[in-house]
Design a protein around this ligand. Structure first.
Ligand code: NAD
Length: 376
């Protein structure tokens, strides 16, 4: 294929047949790693996502690789356009609910994601959201900025809730859920874990031992109902899974029925995917004080529409809204190192497939998600 002339991590190959790649978004310097290897890289220049028909047009033109963000709908239409030519879809995100896995498998197109490198960034942001909500950081800064801080008073105009020592429910104990547990253990929280598909008892035991040493509170797996009914904070770390994609789908996992299971003093934090929460139900729950507050980073429709019920001024004091920002650290998003940055990992996933690393065995490639499509 080509002579390798540089470092181990990103050996530069002089390719006789350069690969053609279309990126639906600029992902920074990591794209230069591809150009240095002789790839032809076209980048959609607008910061907004391209229309699906443009993606289809590019794929139809015969590109080898497609770099996508969570804003792009990748399904049978796209794979059909790339039949015989498209070899890989590389997504810059850990979540891949925008990619139709069954369609990718049918067309036998591997797709990659950028798990792990955003785990700590996302978990710490979830924790900060929780803190901002509980201690009313937004309302108290507004008070100061609007020059409405007239006096120091023991309880006026409002008080917050302490986080230390409280009970948190972690819904989904995968990579980010476990990282969140670590942050919460540092604040001596009592931790209730819920995950129907993956339970890491070894990790929970290790955290419990550290807590015991510090005479801190406990940690255990419980049922969804127990987690919701006992927690002061509920933090959501599940993938978006629709009916038919899982035995325990997460679409509208939080709805009128389940929100009513939470304590009226409890707070909900969501950094997973918007459709995991029924937003109309949440707006009602906040307005009618079924729960004390919510902090959201993700929405059913992004960007958050101007007429969203979550923007209702009546719930402004207890509803914190962020712009899908949890992984938005500079190194996390843009480092060209696949062990540090989403951009680096995205590009490495693409290179692995196109340059047939790991002996060309897709099942051995660490960033390929849909390995099941390549079982013989
Ligand atoms: P992961 O696959 O490691 O963990 C997800 C966990 O959720 C798994 O253990 C799974 O068993 C569990 N789960 C599945 N269905 C469940 C259910 N019904 N109830 C409870 N648990 C369930 O994924 P991860 O790396 O921890 O990421 C989780 C999600 O966070 C991603 O899929 C993505 O959508 C989202 N995310 C958002 C941001 C952001 O910027 N806001 C950043 C990173 C990830």
């Amino acid at each position: 294929m080509g002579e390798e002339i540089r470092d181990q991590r990103h050996p530069v190959a002089i390719l006789s047949n350069p690969f053609n790649v279309f990126a639906t978004c600029d992902i920074g310097e990591a794209l230069d790693l591809l150009r240095k290897r002789g790839y032809e890289v076209e980048v959609y220049p607008d910061p907004k996502a391209p229309a699906k028909r443009l993606i289809i047009e590019k794929v139809h033109s015969g590109i080898d690789g497609l770099i996508t963000t969570l804003r792009d709908q990748i399904d049978a239409e796209v794979f059909e356009a790339g039949k015989g030519t498209l070899k890989v879809v590389a997504q810059i995100a850990v979540g891949f609910d925008n990619i139709n896995r069954a369609d990718a498998n049918r067309y036998k197109i591997p797709f990659t994601n950028t798990a792990d490198v955003l785990t700590e960034a996302t978990a710490e942001f979830a924790f900060f959201m929780l803190g901002a909500l509980a201690r009313k950081l937004w309302a108290s800064e507004h008070l100061t900025r609007k020059n409405q801080w007239g006096f120091w008073h023991p309880y006026l105009p409002f008080l917050g809730d302490e986080v230390t020592g409280k009970t948190i429910a972690i819904i989904g104990t995968g990579r980010i859920g476990l990282a969140m547990i670590k942050k919460c253990a540092g604040f001596d929280m009592n931790i209730l874990c819920y995950d129907p598909a993956y339970q890491n008892h070894e990790y929970v035991k290790a955290i419990r031992e550290t807590m015991d040493l510090r005479h801190a509170r406990g940690i255990q797996y419980v049922s969804f109902e127990e987690a919701l009914s006992q927690a002061d904070f509920v933090s959501v770390h599940v993938p978006l899974l629709h009916e038919g994609e899982s035995d325990t789908p997460t679409f509208h996992l939080f709805n009128q029925r389940t929100l009513r299971m939470m304590k009226p003093t409890a707070f909900l934090v969501n950094t997973s995917r918007g459709p995991v929460i029924d937003e109309n139900a949440l707006a009602k729950a906040l307005k009618e004080n079924w729960i004390a507050g919510a902090a959201l980073d993700v929405y059913e429709k992004e960007p958050l529409p101007a007429d969203s019920p979550l923007r209702d001024p009546a719930i402004e004091d207890r509803c914190r809204l962020f712009p899908h920002f949890a992984s938005a650290g500079k190194i996390t998003r843009l480092s060209t190192d696949p062990d540090k940055g989403m951009a680096g990992r995205c590009v490495q996933g693409l290179i692995d497939v196109l340059e047939k690393n790991y002996g060309g065995d897709v099942k051995k490639m660490p960033y390929v998600v849909n390995k099941e499509a390549f079982e013989s």
